[in-house]
Design a protein around this ligand. Structure first.
Ligand code: PLP
Length: 403
């Protein structure tokens, strides 16, 4: 059998590979230590699917890595993947190659908005969404999500008021939403999309996490809700999370409205904004055509990691609340009851639990008191991290009992 779930248990040393996450020199530079467990980046410590590795080796053995073409077969693999996995019918002409979601996101901001335009985001959100707007001199309009029964929801009353009051040029949507782990449902997407249609607002939807939704949470792309919504939507997707290919820098634009794509695609093509990476092309084609079972097993493994963490926190009575995860290879934890100031939680995890998390505030002020942990690691490392967390939390309880 080509794939087995036990492959995700394998520990692979990444310390000598210039990994952003594991490089000891970089860890030392940032934290003055090299023994930390990095749970910060939303990339995974799992080996890519074997067919992808083999295809890259075959391509590498050719020995010439000159400029490449992206041919129809490449795009047909994407059309088939979305059809088969998500029952979405894209056409070949809807698609255009990109070299990463965030570079594509920035290109869209640059092309479709002008300085001082308002771009609306639902916060807390993956930070490059904010930076990509502000650094181009556009204005970020933040609409905070609200927490109800450990689940984040959209405040549609507030959203409607904002749409009435301000001209919103673009909605930047993250679906599934990093860091809070929501997979937006059809009702929510319809409401969002209809608001954008009625206010002539363009939607850019970052769907990088679409393949890795939790059990019982199907990904719905906003472009699939109605023709009107599809006509104002640019969707960004990538195989990079699904097959752990982030270092290959690959993504795709999906635009169903011919007017939008006909004025956008030739420009990005002509200016050589996106020079396709030789190995990325090969990797995507093999991943999307031969490796769906890998994605299914990975999804299951991530669900099991999530359940392990949730159960561990409950069984050990740690004063941490787990926000229900519907998607993304991360978990969003509420530390507001743990008994230390919000701005000390990150360093508490670092110093007392040897854990690198991402401080919730990185995603906007609404993340204050929260931390995000990646769950794309072998189970034994997740277990070690949870033990560390329990020991750290016990020491905190011992101090507060003494006082
Ligand atoms: C929501 C989201 N978008 C984009 C990215 C980065 O994508 P890329 O590396 O293709 O720019 C990430 C990475 O974690 C992400 O979580």
């Amino acid at each position: 059998m080509a794939f087995s779930i036990s492959q995700f248990d394998k520990i692979i040393d990444r310390t000598q590979t210039w990994s952003l996450k594991w490089d000891p020199d970089y860890m030392k530079e940032r934290f003055n230590r090299t023994d930390l467990l990095p749970f910060n980046h939303a990339e995974m410590d799992f080996e890519c699917p074997k067919p992808v590795i083999n295809a890259i080796k075959r391509r590498a053995s050719h020995g010439i890595y000159g400029y490449t073409l992206v041919k129809d077969e490449y795009y047909n693999c994407i059309v088939d993947w979305f059809n088969k996995r998500h029952s979405i019918s894209y056409k070949r002409e809807d698609l255009q190659f990109g070299t990463g979601i965030i570079s594509s996101y920035r290109t869209i901001i640059n092309h479709f908005t002008i300085p001082k335009d308002n771009v609306l985001i639902l916060t807390p959100i993956y930070r490059p969404f904010i930076e990509g707007v502000e650094e181009y001199g556009r204005k970020v309009v933040r609409v905070p999500l609200f927490l109800e029964n450990d689940k984040y929801l959209i405040n549609f009353d507030l959203l409607e008021r904002i749409f009435e009051k301000k001209k919103i040029k673009m909605l930047a949507l993250c679906n599934p939403h990093n860091p809070v782990g929501r997979v937006w449902n059809e009702r929510e997407l319809r409401k969002l999309g209809d608001l954008c249609v009625s206010h002539n607002t363009l939607i850019v939807s970052d769907d990088i996490h679409s393949d890795l939704t939790a059990k019982d949470h199907a990904y719905v792309p906003i472009t699939s809700i109605s023709e009107d919504i599809s006509n104002i939507t640019i969707t960004l997707t990538s195989p990079s999370k699904t097959f752990n290919l982030s270092g290959l820098k690959i993504s795709n634009y999906h635009i169903t409205n011919p007017e939008i794509r006909n004025r956008f695609y030739p420009i990005i093509d002509k200016k050589f904004v996106y020079a396709p990476n030789v190995f990325a092309i090969t990797a995507l084609m093999v991943a999307y055509t031969e490796c769906e079972e890998y994605a299914n097993l990975l999804t299951q493994y991530l669900d099991e990691n999530y359940s392990y963490i949730e159960n561990y926190i409950i069984q050990n009575d740690l004063k941490i609340k787990v926000i229900k995860r519907e998607g993304t290879p991360t978990i969003w934890l509420d530390f507001r009851e743990i008994g230390i100031p919000h701005d000390k939680i990150f360093s508490f995890l670092l110093d007392q639990a040897n854990l690198i998390s991402v401080d919730g505030q990185f995603y906007g002020d609404e993340g204050f008191g929260f931390q995000r942990l990646s769950i794309g690691l072998p189970r034994s490392i997740v277990q070690k991290a949870m033990q560390n967390l329990r020991i750290a939390s016990d020491s905190l309880n011992a101090i507060s009992n003494r006082n």
